[in-house]
Each structure stands twice: as structure tokens, then as C-alpha cells.
Design a binder for this molecule. Structure first.
Ligand code: IN0
Length: 417
């Protein structure tokens, strides 16, 4: 099915086949399950259950960093599952979010009443917390500190949608910027990355904000349908619309203006993302950080000025994702991918859009900082002869099949009237 969706993009078909056949050396899992305790193996099983493709990138991390990031991911997933659970009354949820970091030190703590899809990480929390307690103190401190700050921050926005753009940044800081800060500390603690990476909270925060803002923009319809509101009022309120009103057909023009304003806002994080990625030295850490960022810029490009955001799901094709994943292994390749998608947005900026000047300005800044000799263009030309040959071969097989079929079945087939 995924192959069919990429049929018009030969380089994606090639990427999908390469990935399926196992040629993805950059993201290939380095886990040695034979040397793991049963408990830790179970944690990796939870990781695969909850994060699908992202699990492979975590498993490809070098050395002891791999287990630390796996456990950090599971703890965050557990916290997020509590935050998302609409069936939990606030009297239960608020103390749980605030105290969550302390459950890491409690071998018995688990929660059996969740109704969420990832409830397994709460029901089996003792498996996760036991492995957490085996980590070196430096990793434990980073994970515990971030869990504490995030749990507290989540309670601030439990019943409150972000109003101002500043509050939007604050909300995204709690749920994603802190993830960047925590991960950067883990990278530095592992000595795979410099101390500087672990100390620059501003850049680490931007890494998370770029991902989270992209998710919030992409998921508008799904979130509003579930009565969750993450688009800041400062962006939609100036049109006199109410919460969720951007879905009403009469508000389409406002909806598009608002969408483009938020995409422009998110693009402001790209310069920090490039500086952050430029500081990384370890290949496995680089891939782990770069892959979600290139997926985000491709998603933002797809969202920009796209009315489908308000009517359905806007996603990048699996073939496109795999192609980027295989390519995002150096700063130059990431710059090439950033250039490719920012240029595609630039082509679609309309002078009628109220944010157009700001969009063009931020795009020009991104393009200046992403300058590179590497190109990420559709490599269709390279594949064209191969594609034509495959096409001819396929037609011949189909023709043979039908003529063969006719010679056998012909006598039994009804004559056309
Ligand atoms: C992540 C981030 C993530 C990875 C690498 C570096 C980061 C630096 C700062 C902040 C976050 C960073 O990446 C994942 C990516 C992911 O889960 N992708 C999904 C696809 C999707 O669309 O959701 C997949 O299944 O592949 C991410 O989105 N988040 C995340 C969570 C925990 C950790 Cl440890 C790292 C979630 C979020 C909210 C953006 C931080």
C-alpha cells in the first residue's frame, strides 16, 4: 500500500525497498537482547508498542545512552498518558502529575485505572521504574528533574488553553522543550556529546518547540473534535472567532491566515535547530535528533496554506519519511532538506496573506543559514530510465498474463453482445 502511494516518486519506492531489505545502516538497531535482563527486554517491548518507527532510532543509539533514552521515553509516555486521560477527575490527576517523579523511586507504584491506548506503561510501571533505578545517578537526576518540572507544568495548562503566543511557547516548553533539555543532559552525561550541549537550554528548548508546534498545527481538527484546544487565542481571536470556530466553512479565510501565522511562528525555531545539530559529534545522536526535525519541516511545508488541515488528516507519505530518514545523517544533508522544504513554502506565499512579509523574512533567514552544496531534490531524473524499463516489463507481464488467460479461458467466455 505504501509502495503504491509513492508510485509517482521513484526515489521513494527505492527508499522504501532499501529500508525494507534492511539497508538502513544509520538507523539499524544496536540492541543486544541476549545480554539484557528480562526486565529491560520488556521495556524495549513497551518502547516498540508505544512508538513504532521512533523505537528503531532510539535502539540505534550508542552505548549506555540507549537504555537511558529508552527509559526516559517510557517515563514521559507514562506521564503523558496521565495528562491525556479525560476520564480522570482533576482531584486525582493533579496530584498524580505533580508527584509523578517520586513514583520513579517507589518500586510498588502502578496505576490500573487508565483507559488510554498506552495504559500498559502505567499498569507495568514497576518494570520501568526498576530499570530506571539501575541507571547511573547522573542519568537518573536528569530524568527525575525533567519529570518533576513537566508534571508541574502540565497542571498549569490542564483546563486552560494557551492565550498568548508567549503562553504557547510556555506550554510547548513544558511538554516538549523540557524533553530537549533532558535529552541534552543525557547526551552530555554519556560523554558522547560535549558539556556545552548539555548546558545550552535555549537551543535544546527550541528543538522541542519546533516539533511540538508542528504537531499542534497538524492535529488541529483531531484535537478540536476531542475538545482539546492548543492553537493560541492570540492567533485566532483577532478575527472575532471563538474556540474551534476555524472549522466553520464561513471562516475559511481566517482559518488559513491563522494557520499560516502559526507555521511562520514555528519556522522561527529552525535557526536554533541548525546550530544545535551543528554541535553534535556522535553519529547515532545526530541521527536520533535530526530525523524528527526533518519530518517536522516536511510536515510544516505540507500544512502551509493547506485547507485540508481543517477537514482531514495531513501527513507525509511513508516513502517520503523513509527517504528523509535515510538521508538525514549529516548537517549538510539536513540543511539540504531544510532548503528544499522552505523553498517549497516560499513558492506558495501569497501577497494576500496577512503574515506574508513575516513568512518571507523568516524563510530568507532559514535559507541563508541552510546554505550548502548538497541538494535534496527529487532524484526522479536519475531513476527515470529504470522506471521506464520497469514499466515496459510490467506491461509485458500483464499483456502476457491476459493473452495467456484468454487462450485458456477464451472458449468459456461469453461472446460480447
Ligand atoms: C522525542 C522527540 C525528540 C527526538 C530527538 C531529539 C529531541 C530533542 C528535543 C525534543 C524532542 C526530541 O522525538 C519524537 C519523535 C516521534 O515520536 N515521532 C513519532 C511520529 C509522530 O508524528 O509523532 C514516531 O512514532 O516516530 C517526539 O515526537 N517526541 C519525543 C518524545 C520523547 C523523546 Cl525522549 C523524544 C514527542 C515531543 C512531544 C515532540 C517531545
Amino acid at each position: 500500500m505504501e509502495l503504491l502511494r509513492s508510485i509517482g516518486h521513484p526515489e521513494e519506492v527505492y527508499a522504501l525497498l532499501k529500508y525494507k531489505i534492511g539497508g538502513c545502516h544509520t538507523t539499524v538497531a544496536k540492541c543486544d537482547y541476549d545480554k539484557m535482563s528480562d526486565n529491560l527486554k520488556t521495556c524495549y517491548e513497551f518502547l516498540k508498542l508505544t512508538s513504532r518507527s521512533f523505537a528503531a532510532v532510539i535502539q540505534a543509539l550508542d552505548g549506555e545512552l540507549r537504555d537511558a533514552v529508552c527509559l526516559f521515553y517510557l517515563v514521559l509516555r507514562a506521564l503523558d498518558t496521565v495528562e491525556d486521560d479525560m476520564s480522570l477527575p482533576n482531584e486525582v490527576k493533579i496530584p498524580m502529575l505533580k508527584d509523578f517523579y517520586s513514583y520513579l523511586e517507589n518500586p510498588q507504584w502502578k496505576f490500573m485505572e487508565s483507559t488510554e491506548k498506552d495504559k500498559i506503561v502505567l499498569e507495568q510501571f514497576p518494570v520501568i521504574s526498576a530499570e530506571f533505578r539501575k541507571l547511573s545517578p547522573i542519568y537518573k537526576e536528569a530524568i527525575s528533574d525533567v519529570t518533576k518540572r513537566m508534571g508541574h507544568g502540565m497542571t498549569v495548562y490542564l483546563d486552560k488553553a494557551p492565550d498568548t503566543l508567549q503562553q504557547w511557547d510556555e506550554y510547548c516548553h513544558y511538554v516538549a522543550g523540557l524533553v530537549g533539555i533532558g535529552l541534552s543532559r543525557l547526551f552530555a552525561a554519556s560523554k558522547l556529546e560535549s558539556e556545552e550541549v548539555g548546558k545550552d537550554d535555549k537551543l535544546a528548548n527550541s528543538m522541542g518547540l519546533f516539533l511540538q508546534k508542528t504537531n499542534i498545527i497538524r492535529d488541529y481538527l483531531e484535537d478540536v473534535q476531542q475538545n482539546r484546544h492548543f492553537w493560541p487565542k492570540q492567533a485566532w481571536g483577532k478575527y472575532g472567532t471563538g474556540q474551534g470556530d476555524l472549522l466553520k466553512p464561513g471562516n475559511q479565510q481566517y482559518a488559513m491566515a491563522c494557520l499560516n501565522e502559526l507555521v511562520t511562528n514555528a519556522l522561527h525555531h529552525v535557526p536554533d535547530v541548525l546550530v544545535y545539530l551543528g554541535r553534535l559529534q556522535n553519529q547515532s545522536v545526530f541521527n536520533f535528533c535530526a530525523i524528527p526535525q526533518v519530518m517536522a519541516i516536511a510536515t510544516l511545508e505540507r500544512c502551509y496554506n493547506n485547507p485540508n488541515i481543517f477537514t482531514g488528516v495531513v501527513k507525509i507519505r511513508k516513502g517520503e519519511a523513509v527517504k528523509m530518514m535515510l538521508q538525514a545523517t549529516s548537517l549538510d544533508s539536513v540543511k539540504a532538506i531544510m532548503t528544499h522544504f522552505t523553498l517549497k513554502i516560499k513558492e506558495r506565499v501569497s501577497p494576500d496573506d496577512p503574515t506574508a512579509p513575516a513568512t518571507s523574512a523568516v524563510i530568507d533567514r532559514c535559507l541563508r543559514l541552510s546554505q550548502t552544496d548538497t541538494v535534496y531534490a527529487s532524484q526522479s531524473e536519475r531513476f527515470f530510465p529504470l522506471y521506464i524499463s520497469c514499466g515496459i516489463l510490467l506491461s509485458a507481464i500483464v499483456w502476457q498474463y491476459y493473452t495467456g488467460l484468454y487462450s485458456i479461458m477464451g472458449p468459456y467466455l461469453e461472446d460480447e453482445k
